[in-house]
Design a protein around this ligand. Structure first.
Ligand SMILES: *[C@@H]1O[C@H](CO)[C@@H](O)[C@H](O)[C@H]1NC(C)=O
Ligand SMILES: *[C@@H]1O[C@H](CO)[C@@H](O)[C@H](O)[C@H]1NC(C)=O
Ligand SMILES: *[C@@H]1O[C@H](CO)[C@@H](O)[C@H](O)[C@H]1NC(C)=O
Ligand SMILES: *[C@@H]1O[C@H](CO)[C@@H](O)[C@H](O)[C@H]1NC(C)=O
Ligand SMILES: *[C@@H]1O[C@H](CO)[C@@H](O)[C@H](O)[C@H]1NC(C)=O
Ligand SMILES: *[C@@H]1O[C@H](CO)[C@@H](O)[C@H](O)[C@H]1NC(C)=O
Ligand SMILES: *[C@@H]1O[C@H](CO)[C@@H](O)[C@H](O)[C@H]1NC(C)=O
Ligand SMILES: *[C@@H]1O[C@H](CO)[C@@H](O)[C@H](O)[C@H]1NC(C)=O
Length: 500
C-alpha cells in the first residue's frame, strides 16, 4: 500500500511541477483610450490602419457604450468597472471627485491596474489620466496612483504641446517642438521603449491615452493639410430642431448660423487630422509587438472615453454630454488570442465591462472583484468562455454648470456651461439625467428621466427611429413606461451583481 501511495504522490508531485512549468504565462494586454472620439459621425474614418490591424484582426463591437458621456467620470468607470453612482466621480472638477483625495483613498486603490500588478503584470501608463490629475489639490505630480510600475501621465486635461508630465513622480515640462514634445508621438515612443526594456518573464499591461481628438485639435505638422474638403456629415439629425426634447435642446437657433457651421466643419476636419497620429501609434505598436514575438499573446483594446457630436445633434454645435447615440456610443475593437478575425459583435457592452474583461483575461477570479460590469470575453472569444449578453443597462449623467452667468452671453443666466459658439449651451446643472436602455431580442428602447424642474422624460424607439428624432413618451403603452421606470430606479442604486 505504501508503495502505491508513493507512486501516486510522485505522480501528483510531477504533475504539479510539470503543470506549473507548462502553465502558459498570462496574455499581455494593451488598452488604448482616445479622448472624445465618436464612432457614429465618422470618428474612425481617418484610422484605416487601426481598423485593419485591430478590427479586421479581431472583433468590432457595434454597440459599445459609455455609462456616462464625460471624460473624468467615464475614465473613472473604465478604471473601476463601476457606474458613477458607485465610484462617485460626478464631473471633471475636484469637487465632483475627479482625482480627488476621496477617489484616491477609495475606488482608485482597488482599480483594476492594482489587481493586475498584484498578479505580477508589469504595468505602464502614458497620456491623459483624469482631468484633475497632477493638480496641487490632487497630490501634485508626486502622486502616482497605485498599481503602476511606469508612469508618464499628463497633468490636467488634454494638450498636444506646452504641458507637464509626471514621469514616475517627477515633473517633466514640454514646449512646442514637434519632434520632442508632440504628446501623441511621445506616448508612442515611450511605450515602444517600455516594450524594448520589459522583462520577458512577466506579462505586461499598457494603458495608452492620447489627447486626440480632443480640443485644441493640434495635428502633427505633416497632417495639417489632410482631409481638406471633409465636412461634418449632414445626415441624421444634423441641424434638425430639438422638438419634444428636454429644456436645453429647445434653446439653439435653428437653422444654425453660417459661422457655427464653419466652426464645426473646421473642428471636424482637425479632429480627424489629430487621429492620424493615433493611427500611426497603433501601427508602430503592432509592429513592435510582432518584432518582439509577443503579438500573438497580446490582447489590444481600442476605445474612447465618450462619443462626440459636431452639429449633427439638433443644432448643437460641438460637444458630448447628451443622452443621444453620438455622445454615448464609443468605438471598441479588440484583437487577441482566441478572438477570430473580422467579427462584428452586436451584443451591447459598456465601458464598465473593460475592467472585468481585462481581469478575466489575466486569469483573475472576476467573481471576487467589486465591479458593476461583466466580462465580455465570451462575446468575442466563445471558445474561451461561455456567457450571456446583458438585457438592459444604465447611462447616468450629472450636468455641469457655472454658478455665475457667462459675461460674453449676457442673455443667459447662471447654471449653464459650454455656451460656445453663438452662446448655444451644451450643458447645465439640470442637464442631469438617467436612462435605461433595452437592447437585444428585437428591442431597442431608450427611456430617460431628467432631474430638472419639469421631470422631463424622453423615450426613443431606436429600431424605427435610429436618429432619435421623435420622443415617443406620449405614444408608448403606459405599462412599457412603468416597466422602464422600475428598471431605472433599480439600476440607479445597483451594485455589483444587481447591476448585471
Ligand atoms: C465624493 O466621494 C466621497 C466618498 O467617496 C463621497 O462621500 C462624496 O459624496 C462624493 N462627492 C460627490 C460630489 O459625489
Ligand atoms: C507654447 O507656449 C509658448 C510660450 O508661452 C507660446 O509662444 C507658444 O505659442 C505655445 N505653443 C502652442 C502650440 O500653443
Ligand atoms: C518619437 O520617435 C521618433 C523616431 O525615433 C522621433 O523622430 C520623434 O522625434 C519622437 N517624437 C517624440 C515626441 O518623442
Ligand atoms: C527640437 O527637438 C529636437 C529633438 O529633441 C532637437 O534636435 C531640436 O534641436 C529641437 N529644436 C528646437 C528648435 O529646439
Ligand atoms: C506566437 O508566435 C511565436 C512565433 O511565431 C511562437 O513561437 C509561439 O508559440 C506563438 N504563441 C502562441 C500563444 O501562439
Ligand atoms: C460552455 O458550456 C458548455 C455546456 O455547458 C460546455 O460544454 C463548454 O465546455 C463550455 N465552454 C467553455 C469555453 O467554457
Ligand atoms: C462638480 O460637482 C460638484 C459637487 O456636486 C459641484 O459643486 C460642482 O459645481 C460641479 N462642477 C461643475 C463644473 O459643474
Ligand atoms: C434649467 O436651469 C436653467 C438655468 O438655471 C433654468 O433657466 C431653466 O429654467 C431650468 N430648466 C428646467 C426645465 O429645469
Amino acid at each position: 500500500a505504501s508503495a502505491a501511495v508513493t507512486v501516486l504522490l510522485c505522480a501528483l508531485l510531477t504533475c504539479r511541477v510539470r503543470c506549473a512549468e507548462t502553465r502558459a504565462k498570462p496574455s499581455n494586454i494593451v488598452l488604448i483610450v482616445t479622448d472624445d472620439q465618436d464612432v457614429l459621425l465618422g470618428g474612425l474614418s481617418p484610422m484605416k490602419k487601426t481598423k485593419a490591424l485591430i478590427g479586421d484582426a479581431g472583433a468590432t463591437f457595434v454597440n459599445a457604450y459609455t455609462v456616462t458621456p464625460l471624460c473624468c467620470p467615464s475614465r473613472s468607470s473604465i478604471l473601476t468597472g463601476q457606474y458613477p453612482h458607485n465610484h462617485e466621480v460626478r464631473n471633471n472638477s475636484l469637487s465632483g471627485n475627479c482625482s480627488s483625495p476621496q477617489w484616491q483613498k477609495g475606488p482608485e486603490s482597488q482599480a483594476f491596474p492594482v489587481l493586475l500588478s498584484k498578479l505580477g503584470y508589469q504595468t505602464f501608463f502614458a497620456g491623459k489620466y483624469l482631468n484633475q490629475y497632477g493638480m496641487k489639490e490632487a497630490g501634485g505630480v508626486d502622486y502616482i496612483p497605485p498599481g503602476w510600475d511606469q508612469w508618464h501621465a499628463l497633468v490636467g486635461n488634454s494638450q498636444y504641446y506646452n504641458y507637464s508630465l509626471s514621469v514616475n513622480g517627477k515633473e517633466e515640462k514640454h514646449g512646442d517642438n514637434y519632434s520632442a514634445d508632440y504628446l501623441t508621438d511621445l506616448i508612442t515612443n515611450r511605450s515602444l521603449n517600455f516594450l524594448d526594456t520589459r522583462s520577458p518573464v512577466h506579462p505586461f499591461f499598457l494603458m495608452l491615452s492620447p489627447p486626440a481628438p480632443h480640443a485644441p485639435w493640434t495635428a502633427a505638422p505633416q497632417y495639417q493639410k489632410d482631409f481638406g474638403d471633409v465636412k461634418a456629415p449632414r445626415d441624421g439629425s444634423f441641424d434638425k430642431p430639438g422638438k419634444d426634447k428636454h429644456w436645453l435642446l429647445r434653446q439653439p437657433a435653428n437653422p444654425m448660423t453660417a459661422s457655427s457651421l464653419a466652426y464645426l466643419d473646421n473642428a471636424y476636419r482637425k479632429r480627424w487630422q489629430t487621429l492620424v497620429s493615433v493611427d500611426d501609434m497603433v501601427e508602430q505598436l503592432v509592429k513592435k509587438l510582432d518584432s518582439i514575438n509577443e503579438l500573438n499573446s497580446t490582447y489590444i483594446f481600442f476605445t474612447s472615453d465618450n462619443g462626440y457630436h459636431t452639429g449633427r445633434q439638433f443644432s448643437l454645435p460641438i460637444d458630448k454630454r447628451q443622452l443621444y447615440e453620438f455622445d454615448i456610443k464609443v468605438p471598441l475593437m479588440v484583437r487577441g488570442p482566441g478572438i477570430a478575425p473580422k467579427q462584428t459583435v452586436e451584443a451591447p457592452v459598456l465601458n464598465i465591462d473593460l475592467a472585468p474583461t481585462i481581469l478575466d483575461i489575466s486569469g483573475f477570479n472576476v467573481a471576487a472583484v467589486n465591479v458593476d460590469g461583466q466580462s465580455f470575453l465570451s462575446q468575442m472569444a466563445p471558445s474561451l468562455r461561455n456567457g450571456t449578453a446583458r438585457p438592459f443597462f444604465l447611462v447616468e449623467y450629472t450636468g455641469e454648470g457655472h454658478p455665475t452667468g457667462d459675461p460674453s452671453c449676457p442673455r443667459l443666466g447662471p447654471g449653464l456651461s459650454q455656451c460656445f459658439p453663438d452662446c448655444v449651451c451644451e450643458d447645465a446643472y439640470n442637464n442631469t439625467y438617467a436612462c435605461v436602455r433595452t437592447l437585444g431580442s428585437g428591442q431597442n428602447l431608450q427611456y430617460c428621466e431628467f432631474a430638472d424642474s419639469e421631470s422631463f422624460v424622453e423615450v426613443y424607439d431606436l429600431k424605427s427611429d435610429p436618429h432619435q428624432l421623435e420622443n415617443v413618451v406620449k405614444k408608448v403603452d403606459p405599462s412599457v413606461l412603468q416597466v422602464m421606470n422600475q428598471r431605472l430606479i433599480k439600476l440607479q442604486s445597483c451594485q455589483g451583481q444587481s447591476c448585471r
